[in-house]
Design a protein around this ligand. Structure first.
Ligand code: NAP
Length: 643
């Protein structure tokens, strides 16, 4: 089983092809690159224009009407050739591939950029990130087993890479199934807010997602299908929780304490990969009286599907990404819904957010070889580095009273403000409440297709911006001394994102407890390793989150690559442990902190889960995606104490 589409022969006549190409559902930016690649013919790429990286967020990549017409005209001819040609495609050479990619990105690509984007594109659907080494070739006899903790997106990726490298592993999962966040979050309306064609593994691209942003059940199925394709299920121990991991210097192994239906046991491993994620411990607000509420209450990540909301008076606390997805479904059933908002969000308009893929686009996926790869590259490019500078401080910028930090930040902020003004033009009372006054990009954007405004406009919905003072047995009292009675309270209050790896106890060299060492301020080198904890690796660890640019799967792929390089180094050099040097870790973190201080989220003091209790940005990576790729390509043995 694989997701690679089987390409159907084109049977449409010229007129039908012309009609297809004029359909607005076809994404034109990837069309000519995919056809040039499929025909191995670069002459079809226009020389008078290419895609403008500055306009990638605009509809059809900001192409003018004339440019769009030109693309349709060239594409028609190319599709006819594809339909009528009898000879098989010849392989595209490296230099030609670079030229096609450069046209597709509107930038002359070379060096690392070319290689990184090529891996994302995965031309010919080849897995360019698979390990280029095998344990069997290095040392087939050596006993070396890795424990992976967590069978979510990053855990099953790590398992697959180890399997490809021939390294033995056991994956422990506390739940009864695969999927992590996509298994635990079952609230109504849950869907991925990153484009789905980018939110999938580069080497396991799926083209026939039903929506641009698919729903939770579809993602859960994808990761289950991946686990089957990877053939890793037999290595997973479900319903087994790791409570602690303790380093034993004498045996150079990690002893894991496990609990499951079988009881308690301890097993030792040469290495551990934590893939427990950042957003899996629900955070309940510390509001006085919370426990005294006598109605029903639950957290978005622990949805109570047995509770019938019909006719009920419901309170929702929080308006983050999760709440904004489930609230429109709650209001459909409840008698009245009161939403308690502490901080308004910057909404990022995306009309396709909940749309199904149009037939014309699916036709391209099904008939144009590699169209889906180029579609992915287009999405990847448009949402990554191009957006990051808009959230970066220009020290010479004088903000005109909108808390902007640069001209580019001000411009995008103005566009997003216009969007809110148009959505709430008839309700100045609501507009005032939903308009953010903090720096654009300081919190995560919320993707919107107009549903939020429709929801807030309803007569049976109240947006309350009074601050909650206490929760009583009957409901909620605000600082305006208003008491609201409720049947149910739903907490859309996020996760304990800064409490990395909790509640596990991790004890490294000299008996040092990782949580004591971090003391609420988690740090790691590359987000992956911490001094004193040899052979222990984190996935989605400190400072590996992204705000505006790209998908977290990209980071996981880079991290897993780096970890496999570490294991390769251990095996090739007959080492038992690698422990990152404190000074390497410290200078890296100084640079990260300095980087974050220049970014919207580091500059603003607005509430966000990007910061820990001490106010340090412990979540975000402040630099380009390329830089993370470069830093995780190869290990530098000099960074480590080796034994
Ligand atoms: P969140 O972004 O942390 O939002 C929590 C909400 O609860 C915020 O509105 C927060 O207000 C509010 N809140 C917290 N404590 C409060 C209190 N004591 N009183 C009043 N309000 C309080 O959590 P989330 O919405 O679950 O999202 C977390 C992250 O998960 C997202 O940023 C995203 O990365 C990920 N996510 C992804 C998807 C997806 O792709 N499908 C969907 C959902 C979530 P403040 O803003 O004032 O702090």
């Amino acid at each position: 089983m694989s997701f690679t589409p089987s390409i159907s022969t084109i049977i449409e006549n010229d007129e039908q092809l012309q009609k297809l190409l004029s359909d607005p559902g076809i994404e034109l930016p990837p069309l000519l690159p995919s056809l040039a690649f499929a025909l191995n013919d670069l002459s079809i790429l226009p020389t008078n224009f290419s895609l403008d990286p500055a306009k990638t967020l605009e509809e059809q990549g900001g192409l003018t009407n004339e440019e769009q017409e030109e693309i349709r005209r060239i594409a028609l001819n190319a599709l006819q050739r594809l339909r009528d040609q009898s000879s098989k495609k010849t392989n595209v050479g490296e230099d030609d591939l670079r030229k096609i990619m450069s046209w597709a990105c509107g930038t002359h690509l070379n060096g690392s950029y070319l290689q990184m984007l090529k891996e994302e594109l995965s031309p010919e659907n080849v897995d360019l990130r698979s390990p280029d080494w095998s344990k069997n070739e290095i040392d087939s006899e050596r006993n070396f087993t890795v424990a992976i903790i967590g069978a979510g997106m990053s855990g099953i990726l790590a398992a697959y890479r180890l399997k490809q490298a021939g390294v033995s592993f056991v994956l422990f999962e506390k739940n009864s199934g695969i999927g992590g966040t996509w298994l635990e979050n079952t609230y109504p309306g849950c869907r991925v807010d990153v484009s789905n064609h980018v939110y999938c593994y580069s080497f396991m691209q799926k083209h026939d997602w039903p929506h641009f942003h698919s729903t939770q059940n579809v993602l859960l199925q994808y990761f289950n299908d991946c686990a089957d394709i990877f053939e890793i299920r037999d290595n997973i121990r479900f319903e087994t929780e790791v409570s602690s991991a303790v380093w034993d210097e004498s045996t150079q192994t990690w002893a894991l304490d496990l609990s499951s239906a079988k009881g308690e046991e301890t097993i030792s491993f040469q290495s551990v990969i934590s893939a427990v994620g950042q957003l899996n411990q629900p955070s309940y607000p510390s509001i006085s009286g919370r426990e005294s509420f006598e109605g029903n209450s639950w957290h978005s990540a622990r949805w109570d599907h047995n509770y019938d909301l019909s006719g009920k008076n419901v309170a929702v606390i929080g308006t983050g990404c999760s709440a904004i997805q489930f609230i429109p479904h709650v209001v459909e059933k409840a008698n009245h819904t009161t939403i308690f908002q502490r901080t308004p969000n910057w909404l990022m308009p995306r009309p396709q957010y909940q749309r199904e893929l149009p037939e014309s686009l699916l036709w391209c996926f099904n008939h144009i070889p590699y169209y889906h790869n180029w579609f992915r590259l287009h999405l990847f490019w448009r949402s990554h580095e191009g957006l990051l500078p808009r959230l970066e401080l220009d020290p010479d910028w004088e903000n005109p009273g909108d808390n902007s930090i640069s001209s580019a930040n001000h411009e995008l902020g103005a566009l997003l403000r216009l969007y809110l003004q148009s959505e709430f033009s008839d309700r100045p009372d609501l507009l005032e409440k939903v308009m953010p006054d903090y720096t654009m990009g300081a919190k995560r954007f919320v993707i919107d297709d107009g549903l939020w405004s429709k929801t807030l406009h309803r007569d049976d919905v109240t947006l309350c911006t009074e601050q909650i003072q206490l929760i009583s047995k009957n409901g909620i009292t605000t600082d305006a001394d208003e008491e609201y009675p409720f049947d149910a309270i739903i907490y859309g209050t996020g996760f304990k994102a800064s409490e990395f790896l909790t509640p596990m106890k991790i004890v490294g060299k000299d008996g040092i407890n990782l949580h004591d060492k971090w003391d609420g301020d988690a740090r790691a080198y590359l987000g992956i390793v911490s001094p004193g904890f040899p052979n222990f690796y984190f996935l989605y660890g400190p400072n590996t989150n992204i705000v505006i640019n790209g998908s977290i799967i990209y980071f996981s792929e880079c991290e897993v690559h780096y970890i496999t390089r570490c294991i390769q180094h251990l095996l090739e050099n007959d080492l038992t442990s690698m422990d990152v040097k404190q000074e390497v870790h410290d200078s890296y973190n100084e640079r990260i902190d300095e980087g974050n201080r220049q970014m919207a989220w580091g500059l603003s003091d607005v509430n966000s889960w990007y910061k820990n209790a001490s106010g340090r940005t412990a979540q975000n990576w402040p630099f380009s995606l390329l830089e993370y790729w470069q830093q995780t390509r190869e290990i530098d043995p000099a960074d480590y104490d080796l034994s």
